[in-house]
Ligand binder design. Structure first.
Ligand code: SAM
Length: 283
């Protein structure tokens, strides 16, 4: 692959998925795209780049984007965000939404589904607290392939051993051969669909809780700023965004502000809670 071809791939990936690759990622690109070339009957990366330049093969374009995404995830990843959800955000939602009795949650880069299904299990465990409430969990990802896997609710032994308490494994999964099938009750609690965070997502409506974890790390600064701005606009009054452990809004966006009492939790700068936080910081 020539320098020119590599630059074309980097520009293509940044424009289409937000993935910002440094010049040192040449080896990563080569190793992830070699199997794509094989599957699509291409001689090598030079031919792949010339196909992308002609821009007439959407299946190839998607395959390139999907091959370059990192889908690492596991049940109850980092634990603290899920405890925050159960102990802080859910009680807040129950208090604020008592009128409509409707709660909307969005996992904005849900990969193979462990994050939204962890939330669905927590909600199921909350049981009678939510009786008479409608709780919607929407889970999206740029990759149609991982969305399809997530929908199946089928996980390997390795996947269920990562982060999932044995009690919940036994309660919500059934063993099918070497794999584990999630129960219909939990699967049906989550709606999956492909969605690219670079595109306008206002049509999804407003949410009380948005999990957008471990995806912004792959974007450059202007892209992070733009996505954070639009996430803030997708919050219901009193809503909150949770980011990954290595992600922050600081230095990137004024639209969201950190909640000083709860690390990793962000509220809209225009919200009542943010105004309250400013007053208590000043006084
Ligand atoms: C590392 S996983 C994070 C999964 C989960 N949120 C977690 O923290 O465990 C990042 C996910 O972001 C998705 N992704 C990358 N670029 C995206 C984009 N532009 N729009 C939506 N999803 C994207 C990838 O396909 C991948 O599944």
């Amino acid at each position: 692959m020539t320098e020119h071809e590599f630059d074309h791939l980097r520009a293509f990936l940044k424009a289409r998925s937000g993935l910002a690759l440094g010049p040192e990622k040449r080896y990563l690109v080569e190793s992830r795209l070699a199997p794509v070339c094989q599957r699509h009957g291409l001689q090598g990366l030079a031919e792949l780049v010339s196909c992308l330049r002609r821009a007439g093969d959407p299946a190839l374009e998607s395959a390139v984007i999907e091959a370059m995404t990192t889908n690492e995830t596991f049940f109850f990843r980092d634990r603290a965000p899920f405890e925050l959800f159960r102990d802080v955000l859910l009680p807040r939602c129950l208090a604020r939404r008592d009128g409509s009795r409707r709660i909307r949650i969005w996992c904005a880069a849900a990969s193979t589904g462990q994050e939204p299904y962890s939330l669905a299990m927590l909600l199921h465990e909350a049981g009678p607290l939510l009786s008479g409430w409608s709780v919607e969990i929407l889970a999206t990802d740029i990759s149609a392939e991982v969305v399809e896997r997530a929908r199946s609710g089928l996980y390997t032994q390795f996947e269920v051993q990562r982060g999932l308490p044995v009690r919940l494994l036994l309660k919500y999964f059934t063993q099918v051969g070497k794999n584990w099938q999630l129960s219909p009750a939990i699967r049906s609690a989550v709606k999956f669909r492909p969605l690219n965070l670079l595109r306008n997502f206002a049509e999804l409506g407003a949410f009380d809780v948005i999990f957008c974890r471990n995806v912004l790390i792959y974007f450059d600064t202007p892209t992070k700023t733009e996505v954070l701005r639009r996430l803030a606009r997708s919050l219901n009054p009193g809503g909150a965004v949770l980011l990954g452990a290595a992600e922050t809004v600081i230095g990137l966006s004024d639209a969201l502000v950190p909640d000083p009492e709860h690390r990793g939790l962000y509220v809209a700068a225009s919200s009542e809670r943010a105004r309250g936080l400013r007053v208590s910081a000043a006084g």
